[in-house]
Structures are given as C-alpha cells and as structure tokens.
Design a protein around this ligand. Sequence first.
Ligand SMILES: [Zn+2]
Length: 169
Amino acid sequence: MTDFPRSLIEFQQRFADEAACVRYLFAARWPEGFVCRGCGTSKAWELQTKPWTWECAGCGRQTSVTAGTIMHYSKLPLTTWFWAAYLNFEVNSADREQLAAVVVDRNSPQKHVWRAQIILATAEGCGAAEVMRRAGVSKPCVWRWQERFMREGVAGLLHATRRWRHASG
Ligand SMILES: [Zn+2]
C-alpha cells in the first residue's frame, strides 16, 4: 500500500473506522476519481445494498473497492486488515518458532506445513502471489488460513476438528 501512515498515532487517527478504510481503498483504486473499467465513465453511485461497492452510471457495472483482496473474502472488519497491514501481519517470535518447528518436523501433517508456510511467508511481508508460490496453494487457501490465524492464532491453524478434516488446504 502506498501513502501509509508512519506512526501508530497517525495510523489510529487516520483509519479509525470502516469508512476511513474505504476512502483509502477508493483512492488507491481510483487515484484520479472513479473510472469504470467497462465503459470508462467517471460517474458512479455508491450502492446501499452491497458494502463498499460502486455502480457505474453509464453501464451499471459494479465494482467493490475490496475486489481481489482478502478484505473482500473476509468477514473481519476492514480496520482489522488495515491493522494487519500496518503491523506487517505481525507474528510474535514464539508463534514464529512454533510455526518454523511445524515446517521442519517430518511428522507434521502436510496440511499443517502448508498453513505454517502461509503465515510465515505472510509475516515476512510476501504478497499473496509469493505466499501461494512458497506454500504451493491457491489464493482462497492463503486467505482462509490468514483469516484463521487472525481470529485464532497458531492454535487455529493446528487444531484438527472432524468438520475440517477433509476440507482442502
Ligand atoms: Zn461503466
């Protein structure tokens, strides 16, 4: 992300709520103001029925400011993901050691190794494409485990529940 605040205080003030995050995403997506990718029209309305989505006044094409990002997939608030980006998806050293141990342990289930690799690569600041390459998994899979980690930490990656046992990734 560009033009990101440098200090924690500045960050808190600037991205205090969802609307502030949306303004940032809007400006990042359309630095010169809204432009429809379908027809080039620069007029659009913000939809009331779908979150963070604009509808082109020319052709009716709808574009979400979070399209193509984990924020679109996730149910967590935008502020949470902005925090994660600001903190570089911070993973503390204890968690990092635990995840690294999972990766090198030959007895680890392969799915745990993938999940650990996803979080370690993310913590290193890798973009989604690089995380996918390193862990050898799809983008939805990367997002699923980033979200799980955000919600439940390392335990969320490693606990095995019957319901998830046969889920891919
Ligand atoms: Zn259009």
